[in-house]
Design a protein around this ligand. Structure first.
Ligand code: PLP
Length: 419
């Protein structure tokens, strides 16, 4: 039961985090003035005091349709009453339909999918598929990549601090610079796969030059290595394209998805592969990669509804238009305050402001929160503040968020002036 007194609730939550979850994280969140989220709808989150926040962190890319989309909730409710979880011993209707719809939307001949519960599991599945399909072990990835924190995904991620305590990681992994396909021929010669994000999200919103993924495709073909596009964050409209790969009009061999796939209502992940790749791996062993909860009815019902909303409400187009507005606005603030923001970059509604010093985020994000707007850090590159609102965001909401960012940056500039 939630207590009605906002102060009591905040104290209770902090104590629970401190005693039973993660004491250092609890202290950092308290110091940065993190409120308690109690309700969310559309682009708005309400805290324990009833204060509304415009959500420009967007759950790090989960809430593509906004929070609590009524069509997705209705689909999940209806499914829960019929059957929530598959027993896995019989054919299941919604899993089949979700897989079919995903194959219709995915580029080229990407067709056979495996459904799991998170992004990192989707990456694990893609790595295993690549090894089984090619008979090769080596996986090539990029510096600053973020693919998740289970062992395989962590091994191909590109941040030492997350890896060091857990070594040894997966053997036979090589990392190359992101955005430069000229380095690939040599390293891919004996590789099972190259895994790459169409835009690096956690790496600091790094947008590669146009044509990079096309060159990746060609290098993978020359080497007989598979091309895995990790679209966990960039997929399903985020970058102003249905998939990040569409920017270069390329078809990877395997694509991973999660985050926005179920519209932010039920945990879900998936990888989808070309039939020849899938068959090379699993035609004779259909049960070597499975998951008890993967492809649950409620996740698939949510995913089906979310994919319909994404297409019918033309959210990809909105992401492109509002993304252009947001990036232009952040660039203008950067031009006004070059001592605080070094540069801005982004694609669609994945926009980053690179600060001149990592510490300034600790001034700007709390100021934005005070003004009623959330923004996010990036996990691998804390100099970059990330703006990743739901794809349903309006032009007026983008202006409001820009106003909050400008105020936060102005405060940082003022503090700098006083130092
Ligand atoms: N891949 C990418 C590109 C991501 O951005 C993330 C999460 O941020 C993941 C994989 C891992 O997803 P999850 O946190 O659902 O395991």
């Amino acid at each position: 039961m939630l207590t009605n007194n906002p102060q009591d609730l905040a104290s209770e939550v902090f104590e629970n985090y401190k005693r039973y979850l993660n004491p250092p994280l609890a202290r950092v969140m308290k110091l940065s003035g993190s409120p308690v989220e109690v309700r969310a709808q559309g682009t708005t989150i309400w805290d324990q005091q009833g204060k509304a926040y415009l959500d420009f962190a967007g759950g790090y890319g989960v809430f593509t349709l906004g929070h609590s989309h009524p069509r997705v909730i209705a689909a999940v409710r209806e499914q829960m009453e019929a059957m929530s979880l598959s027993g896995k011993t019989m054919f299941n209707v919604v899993l089949g339909r979700a897989a079919k719809r995903l194959a219709e939307l995915a580029p080229g001949d990407l067709q056979l999918s495996f459904w799991c519960n998170s992004g990192t599991e989707a990456v694990e599945g893609a790595i295993k598929l690549a090894r089984a399909a090619t008979g090769r072990a080596k996986i090539v990835a990029t510096h600053d990549a973020y693919h998740g924190k289970t062992y395989g995904a962590l091994s191909v991620s590109g941040r030492e601090a997350f890896q060091t305590p857990f070594r040894p990681l997966l053997a036979d992994v090589a990392h190359v610079p992101f955005g430069d396909a000229s380095v690939l021929d040599d390293v891919l010669r004996d590789a099972a796969a190259f895994i790459v994000e169409p835009v690096q999200g956690e790496g600091g919103v790094n947008v590669p030059p146009e044509g990079y993924l096309r060159a990746v495709r060609e290098a993978c073909d020359r080497a007989g290595a598979l091309f895995i596009a990790d679209e966990v964050q960039t997929g399903l409209g985020r970058c102003g394209y249905l998939f990040g790969c569409d920017r270069d009009e390329v078809v990877p061999d395997v694509m991973t998805l999660a985050k926005g796939l179920s519209g932010g209502i039920v945990p879900v992940g998936a990888f989808i592969a070309r039939p020849d790749v899938w068959n090379r791996a699993y035609a004779k062993q259909p049960l070597v990669h499975t998951s008890t909860f993967g492809g649950s009815e409620i996740a698939c019902a949510a995913a089906l509804a979310a994919m319909e909303v994404l297409v019918e409400d033309r959210l990809v187009e909105n992401a492109r238009e509002r993304g252009a507005q947001l990036l232009e606005g952040v660039r203008a603030i950067a031009a006004e305050y070059p001592s605080v923001i070094a540069r801005a970059r982004g694609l669609g509604l994945l926009v980053g402001a690179e600060l001149t010093s990592e510490g300034y985020g600790g001034w700007i994000i709390p100021e934005m929160l005070k003004a009623g707007v959330t923004a996010a850090w990036t996990l691998n590159q804390q100099r970059v503040i990330r703006l990743e609102p739901p794809l349903v965001v309006t032009a007026a909401e983008v202006e409001r968020a820009l106003g909050a960012l400008r105020a936060g940056v102005a405060t940082a500039a003022e503090k700098l002036g006083r130092l």
